[in-house]
Design a protein around this ligand. Structure first.
Ligand SMILES: O=C(O)CCC(=O)C(=O)O
Ligand SMILES: [Mn+2]
Length: 193
């Protein structure tokens, strides 16, 4: 594990052995979608493909992610995470960065349905990508060059005190996939209506 990580992030390089096979299976079996994002009155397609596996829709940044079915390989991975981390996950947001122009801007996974201190387990497949974490007030940054089978776990104040991003790159890169397992509490939203 990296010595210079903030305490709320754990990094397990090469956690998954059969990452190549899983990448091919999930690229084919996940129901990938491309959403549109409205920013400052302009509607643009998101610079990546996504899919949401969960019980109910997940809304953020004006995007509505309707749930899509769990491929068997993804359900097995969720079970392995539960056994090894001792944390249950009921949903997964998958991202596919097709080339270096695909990216994700700085944000925190701080929607109310995720709770105040969510544990998010992120698995990387495919080519490597930089994952950057920035402390909200000090501006201090950390980055990880994530690739095939790496596991990164964000916990505790990782979403309240930090933002994270996947920047674009001019490096020639092949497709890169990220699977973020979460616990999504839809009732929190419904009971407040
Ligand atoms: O690709 C990544 O590692 C970042 C994904 C992410 O932040 C998200 O899905 O919310
Ligand atoms: Mn995120």
């Amino acid at each position: 594990m990296r010595q210079d990580s903030p305490g709320c992030v754990d990094y397990y390089p090469g956690w998954l052995e059969d990452a190549d096979r899983l990448f091919a299976v999930l690229q084919d079996q996940i129901a990938w979608e491309r959403h549109e994002l409205t920013l400052y009155g302009r509607t643009i397609p998101t610079p990546r493909l996504t899919a949401w596996m969960g019980d109910t829709a997940y809304r953020y940044s004006g995007i509505v992610n309707e749930p899509t079915p769990w491929p068997e390989a993804l359900a097995s991975l969720r079970e392995r995470l539960r056994q090894e981390l001792g944390v249950g996950f009921n949903s997964c947001l998958a991202n596919l960065y097709r080339d270096g122009t695909d990216s994700m801007g700085y944000h925190s996974d701080n929607e109310p349905e995720l709770g105040p201190r969510p544990t998010i387990a992120s698995i990387s497949l495919g080519d490597r990508r930089w994952f950057v974490l920035r402390h909200r007030t000090s501006g201090k940054r950390w980055s990880w060059d994530l690739g095939q089978g790496d596991l990164l776990v964000m916990r505790n104040e990782s979403q309240s005190d930090y933002a994270h991003a996947v920047p674009k790159t001019t490096r020639p890169v092949g497709p890169r996939m990220n699977l973020t397992f979460r616990w999504f509490q839809a009732q929190a939203l419904e009971s407040s209506r």
